[in-house]
Design a protein around this ligand. Structure first.
Ligand code: ZN
Length: 487
C-alpha cells in the first residue's frame, strides 16, 4: 500500500510524481447551492498556488476540480434533504438551474481572485453511470450491503482488512464514540456505515435508476469515481479543506481500497480553516460573508469594500496549514501591504539601470524558491519580496544604483514569484476601474500643468495646485523626472 503524505514538505526534494514530468491533481470543489464565501476562496487559492508552482517547476499538470451538484445532504451523515434540491424547491427552480446559476457565479468570483480554471471540471450529476459501476465493484468485493434499496459501506468489515481512519488518525473505536445516532438509520448495520447509494424518498426530486433503486449516489462516491476516471487508479495529489478529512476523504480512501484493492492517492494535502473573530464560519454563527459582499463592502462585519486581490493577498500572507482569523482590521492591514507591493512593482518598471549595483538584491530568487519548495511557504516569499522593495526604493530615490543585469534579474524574480506564482495582479492599482483611471489621469494632468508652471517660474500657480491638492488629502512629491502622488 502506498504511503500517505500529509503535506508536500521540501517539495522539490521529496515530491516524486508517479509519471515523470506529469502530475495528476484532484481537489474537492464547491457544492453549488449558494454564493462562494471566504471558506471557498482559501482552498481555491491554495491549490491554484500549487497548480501554478508545479507548472513553474516544469510539470505538465492535469488539475481536476469537481462541482458537487447532487448527493450532498444537509447533514453529511447521509441524512437530510439534498442541498441543491432544497434550494430548487425554495426558489421554485429546476435543480440544474440552481447548479448553473451558482456555477456561473463561482466562476466569476474565482476569475476575480485570479484563480486559474482547472483542466477538467466534472459534475457529479454527469457521472451517475460511473458511480453506479463503482458501487457495484465494492458490492462485488463484499465491502458493502444493500438495505431497503440503499447501498451502505460495511465499515466494520472494511476495517478488518484496511486501516480505516488512517488519514484522520482515528481508529474505529474513536469513530464509534463520535458517531451520533440519528433517526431513520435502522437500515444501516452500524451508525458509522455510510451511504454509497441512497434510495430516493418520494418527495426527492433528483433521482436516477440503478440496480438497487431509483435514487442518487452518496456524497463521497463522486470524488472516488471522478478522481480515478480522469487521473487513473493511482494519482499524485488530492487536496481540499481540513474539514473534509473526516468523513469525506476517509470515506473516499475506503471506497477506493474496497473497490480497487489499493489506495489511489499518493499525497494528501489540506488547507486549514478561516475563522471569523475566532469563531468557525457557519450558519449557526451567522457570520458567512460572501465574496461578493467583500467586493462591495456590504456586510456589518466589514468596514469598507475589499478588492479580490486584497482577499488573495490576505490568504497568501498565511501559510496554508495555519488557521487564518478574519477581521476587517486584518484585511485593512493586508490592503496596505498589497499597496506597498503595487507601488514597488510600479517603481521597478520605471527604474533605470546604472553602471554598478550598490543595493542589496543578491539571493532573492533563491530565497523565494526555497520558501516555495518548503511546503509552499508563501509568507516567506512575500517577506523576501518586501525586503527587496528597500533596494527598489533606494534606486528610485536616486540614493543607489543597480546594474542592467541585476535590474533584469530583479524584474524577472518579481514577475515569476509575485505575478506568475502568487498570482497577484500588481499592475492594476485601480483593479481596472475606468473611473479610477480617469481620476488618476486628471491628477496627472493637473500636476503636469504645475510642472510646467514651475519651469516657467510661475510660483503662484505651482504653489496653488500643490497646496490645494494637499488640502484635499493628496501627497505630492517632486522627483528627478517629475512628480509622484498618492492619497
Ligand atoms: Zn470530494
Amino acid at each position: 500500500m502506498l504511503e500517505i503524505y500529509n503535506s508536500l514538505t521540501r517539495l522539490k526534494e521529496t515530491f516524486r510524481p508517479l509519471h515523470e514530468g506529469h502530475v495528476g491533481m484532484y481537489v474537492c470543489g464547491p457544492t453549488v447551492y449558494g454564493d462562494a464565501h471566504l471558506g471557498h476562496a482559501r482552498p481555491a487559492i491554495t491549490f491554484d498556488l500549487l497548480y501554478r508552482y508545479l507548472q513553474h517547476l516544469g510539470y505538465k499538470v492535469r488539475y481536476v476540480r469537481n462541482i458537487t451538484d447532487v448527493g450532498h445532504l444537509e447533514h453529511d451523515a447521509d441524512e437530510g434533504e439534498d442541498k441543491i434540491a432544497k434550494k430548487a424547491r425554495l426558489e421554485q427552480l429546476e435543480p440544474m438551474e440552481v447548479v448553473q446559476y451558482y456555477t456561473n457565479r463561482y466562476h466569476r468570483d474565482m476569475a476575480a481572485l485570479n484563480v486559474l480554471p482547472p483542466s477538467i471540471e466534472p459534475h457529479a450529476s454527469g457521472h451517475i453511470i460511473e458511480q453506479i459501476a463503482f458501487v457495484q465493484k465494492i458490492l462485488d468485493k463484499g465491502y458493502a450491503y444493500v438495505s431497503n434499496g440503499s447501498v451502505y459501506m460495511d465499515v466494520e468489515k472494511y476495517a478488518k482488512d484496511y486501516p480505516y481512519g488512517k488519514l484522520s488518525g482515528r481508529n474505529l473505536n474513536d469513530i464509534v464514540t463520535e458517531t451520533r445516532e440519528l433517526d431513520g438509520q435502522d437500515e444501516k448495520k452500524h451508525s458509522y456505515d455510510f451511504a454509497l447509494w441512497k434510495k430516493a424518498a418520494p418527495e426527492h426530486i433528483m433521482h436516477w435508476p440503478s440496480p438497487w433503486s431509483e435514487g442518487f449516489p452518496g456524497w463521497h462516491m463522486e470524488c472516488s469515481t471522478m478522481g480515478t476516471k480522469y487521473l487513473g487508479e493511482r494519482f499524485d495529489i488530492h487536496g481540499g479543506g481540513l474539514d473534509l478529512i473526516f468523513p469525506h476523504h476517509e470515506a473516499e480512501i475506503a471506497q477506493s481500497c474496497a473497490a480497487l484493492g489499493h489506495e489511489t492517492v499518493h499525497y494528501w494535502m489540506h488547507n486549514n480553516m478561516i475563522t471569523i473573530a475566532g469563531k468557525k464560519m457557519g450558519k449557526s454563527y451567522n457570520n458567512f460573508i460572501t465574496l461578493e459582499q467583500f467586493f462591495a463592502g456590504d456586510h456589518p462585519l466589514l468596514s469598507k469594500p475589499f478588492g479580490p486581490m486584497v482577499i488573495r493577498f490576505f490568504i497568501l500572507q498565511a501559510h496554508y496549514r495555519s488557521t487564518v482569523d478574519f477581521s476587517s482590521e486584518a484585511l485593512e492591514a493586508a490592503e496596505k501591504g498589497l499597496q506597498r507591493m503595487q507601488e514597488a512593482y510600479a517603481r521597478l518598471q520605471k527604474l533605470q539601470a546604472g553602471k554598478e549595483t550598490t543595493v542589496e538584491v543578491a539571493g532573492l530568487r533563491q530565497r523565494c524558491q526555497e520558501a516555495m519548495d518548503d511546503d509552499l511557504n508563501t509568507p516567506f516569499v512575500i517577506a523576501a519580496l518586501f525586503d527587496s522593495t528597500r533596494a527598489i526604493n533606494t534606486v528610485f530615490d536616486g540614493k543607489g544604483t543597480i546594474s542592467e543585469a541585476d535590474l533584469k534579474e530583479l524584474r524577472d524574480v518579481w514577475q515569476t514569484f509575485a505575478i506568475d506564482i502568487l498570482g497577484l495582479r500588481l499592475e492594476e492599482q485601480g483593479a481596472g476601474d475606468s473611473k479610477l483611471k480617469a481620476f488618476s489621469g486628471a491628477i496627472d494632468l493637473l500636476l503636469g500643468i504645475r510642472l510646467q508652471a514651475k519651469q516657467n517660474k510661475d510660483w503662484a500657480t505651482s504653489d496653488k495646485i500643490r497646496n490645494e491638492l494637499t488640502a484635499l488629502g493628496f501627497q505630492v512629491k517632486d522627483t528627478k523626472d517629475g512628480f509622484e502622488w498618492s492619497i
